[in-house]
Design a binder for this molecule. Structure first.
Ligand SMILES: Nc1nc2c(ncn2[C@@H]2O[C@H](COP(=O)(O)OP(=O)(O)O)[C@@H](O)[C@H]2O)c(=O)[nH]1
Ligand SMILES: [Mg+2]
Length: 315
């Protein structure tokens, strides 16, 4: 067993932090540690928090940390920043704000940047979440910075996805367009201290009537004022209701099974691609590739032949 595995399972905060660094930098021990902790994962509630920049996601996460700590739950937070590992503004602000929890041993906060592809981001996030799960977090909050494609991908990690909207901004229509309706398990109207709450609520309900009229779970809409820590009971109760629905309907197990299947296929894809690349770079299929370069043969046929010959060799 890798030394880090033991430390994570023993609830050693530095061990967990170190493991996530290994994930982010793709160090060689990454796979061993992830392999060893896997049997100890699957216990935490994974809650995704998404919404436009400035919607109040970080403030809500901060509120939720306090709320969950008051119930003595161990909380993990993974804040995903797809632009840069060194963002100034928003994330720095978040760090400062969340520092009120920095000395609390029951809270683990980590921001993740992207190095490499968007696929790398969701994979790293998933693996970091897994570390926090094995580390013993009861609830893991996954915060994204916006509502683009990478956020949609990241949210496939969560069991319950919370979409944060604000009154007065045409948010419902935008969320609908961005494909958020599909992934939302519940909506939060944050900044409910501002005008336009009723209007936004009506808009969201209308969108839900259109999009999810016969779905077994209709996402509830709750209101919060995170600067005043208001609405947390409603929010947490809605999350728990969704978690209960996931269990009773079997939907939660089905989702997790699907995510794991996707993960296995993704890893297979990665490994095949890497090996294929190695042999191509070592000169395999050079003639065929040259034919394609000369437009003597087409890429579709050649790719098919390369794949076939690869499988026939049983590599
Ligand atoms: N009026 C009001 N402002 C809020 C509320 N929640 C957050 N804000 C403010 O909205 C801004 C963005 O909040 P932040 O949590 O950083 O948003 P994020 O980008 O979604 O993480 C900050 O200036 C917050 O103080 C709220 O409930 N009411
Ligand atoms: Mg934020």
């Amino acid at each position: 067993m890798h030394e880090l595995t033991g430390r994570i399972l023993a609830g050693d905060v530095r061990g967990a932090a170190r493991a996530i660094t290994c994930i982010e930098n793709d160090y060689p021990e990454r796979t061993q540690v992830l392999r060893e902790i896997f049997p100890h994962t699957g216990r935490a509630k994974l809650i995704g928090i998404t919404g436009a920049p400035g919607a109040g996601k970080s403030s809500l996460v901060d509120n939720l940390i306090g709320y969950l700590r008051s119930m003595e739950l161990k909380v993990g937070v993974v804040a995903v920043d797809p632009t840069s590992p060194f963002t100034g503004g928003a994330l720095l602000g978040d760090r400062v704000r969340m520092q009120s929890h920095a000395l609390d041993k029951g809270v683990f906060i980590r921001s993740m940047g992207t190095r490499g592809s968007l696929g790398g981001l969701s994979r790293n996030t998933r693996d970091a979440v897994r570390v926090l799960d094995a580390y013993g977090c009861d609830v893991i909050l996954i915060e994204t910075v916006g509502v683009g494609q990478s956020e949609l991908d990241v949210m496939h990690i969560a069991d319950t996805t919370v979409v944060v909207l604000n009154p007065g901004g045409g948010d419902a229509v935008q969320a609908f367009k961005a494909g958020i309706m599909e992934i939302a398990d519940l909506f939060v109207i944050n900044k409910a201290d501002l005008p336009g709450v009723e209007k936004l609520q009506v808009e969201v309900e209308q969108m839900l009537d259109l999009a999810k009229h016969d779905a077994p779970w209709r996402p509830p809409v709750v209101r919060t004022v995170s600067i005043e820590s208001r609405g947390l009971d409603d929010l947490w109760n809605a999350i728990l209701r969704h978690q209960a629905y996931l269990v009773e309907s079997g939907e939660g197990a089905a989702r997790r099974a699907k995510h794991l299947k996707d993960e296995v296929l993704e890893i297979v894809h990665d490994q095949l691609y890497r090996r294929m690349l190695q042999s191509v770079e070592a000169g395999a299929f050079a003639d065929a590739l040259e034919d394609v370069a000369q437009r003597v043969r087409d890429p579709y046929t050649v790719a098919g032949q390369i794949a076939d010959s690869w499988f026939q060799q049983g590599r």
